[in-house]
Design a protein around this ligand. Structure first.
Ligand SMILES: C[S@@+](CC[C@H](N)C(=O)[O-])C[C@H]1O[C@@H](n2cnc3c(N)ncnc32)[C@H](O)[C@@H]1O
Length: 263
């Protein structure tokens, strides 16, 4: 049997620097497969790319005729007001070339607070939207509104770092978004991300997750800022981040030495 693009990427996921629980990568992938089975077609989109770790996990499940939209400040890091990660276009494009068909990737070098919904929705209604850009209250609320206005019916939004103790702007932004009338509703809290969808799709995603991953959820119907969510726990141990940074450094040195030896 042929290895899928996601399975291939998953084998090498530790080689890409970034922030992603492997359990969450798998859960996101299974949700995307479920969308495809149900006939939902459309692009994926991420705000906040860094080197593309989660973006590639999502994009590797797309069909040939679907696109992936990558939004980041990249070299405009002076606009990264809370220093959440550091987009690097060169590293991102290298990883895209390794793991995806680059032709399916649309890169928007932009500050999400200055993007209109139309700049995203012109590529089609989004079926999976990851929010992992600026982590302040105002940026999080802005990015949630962008996602709400651009997703398809049945589209999923993944909000990163919702309960991270160092990034309190994210939960503050989520509360602000809800208070201001946001219509996205959460259905699952997974390692480091909150999954949301439109009101009419919550029940079906909740029942899919319960039936597909019963071993990962022993906490169902937990209160979450005015809604109920199921909580899914970590399945796979994370590799400490320093090991992937160390590997990247060694690889860069080896490349440099090889280059010097050629001259
Ligand atoms: C935490 S990192 C993203 C991690 C990434 N999702 C991963 O899978 O590893 C945050 C990223 O958001 C970008 N960023 C920060 N503020 C932004 C903004 N206002 N608009 C667009 N991108 C932003 C940063 O350049 C950085 O690459």
């Amino acid at each position: 049997m042929n290895e899928s693009a996601f399975d291939h990427y998953f084998k090498h996921i530790d080689d890409v620097e970034g922030w992603l629980s492997k359990t969450t990568a798998i859960l996101s992938n299974r949700l995307m497969r479920h969308q495809s089975t149900g006939g939902l077609v459309g692009p994926i989109c991420e705000i906040g790319i860094h080197h593309g770790k989660y973006f590639i996990a999502l994009a590797s499940e797309l069909r040939r005729d679907e696109q992936a939209i990558a939004i980041d400040l990249f070299e405009n890091q002076e606009e990264n007001i809370d220093h959440s990660g550091m987009g690097d276009r060169h590293m991102f494009e290298g990883n895209v070339t390794k793991f995806l068909n680059p032709a399916c990737v649309i890169t928007l070098h932009a500050n999400s607070t200055r993007l209109s919904p139309g700049a995203i929705s012109k590529y089609g209604k989004i079926r999976f939207f990851s929010i992992d850009g600026g982590h302040t209250e105002a940026i999080t609320a802005n990015d949630l509104r962008l996602a709400e206005r651009t997703i398809a019916t049945g589209g999923i939004v993944a909000l990163d770092d919702i309960l991270h103790p160092s990034w309190t702007g994210v939960i503050s932004g989520y509360v602000r978004y809800k208070r201001e009338g946001g219509t996205l509703r959460p259905f699952a809290l997974v390692p480091n991300k909150l999954f949301l969808t439109d009101g009419s799709s919550v029940a079906s995603y909740r029942s899919f997750m319960r039936s597909e991953f019963p071993h990962l959820t022993d906490q169902q119907d937990r209160e979450f800022i005015g809604d109920m969510v199921d909580v899914f726990r970590e399945l796979l141990p994370a590799r400490p981040r320093w090991t992937s940074r160390f590997k990247t450094k060694v690889r860069k040195r080896v490349k440099k030495i090889k280059r010097l030896m050629r001259h």
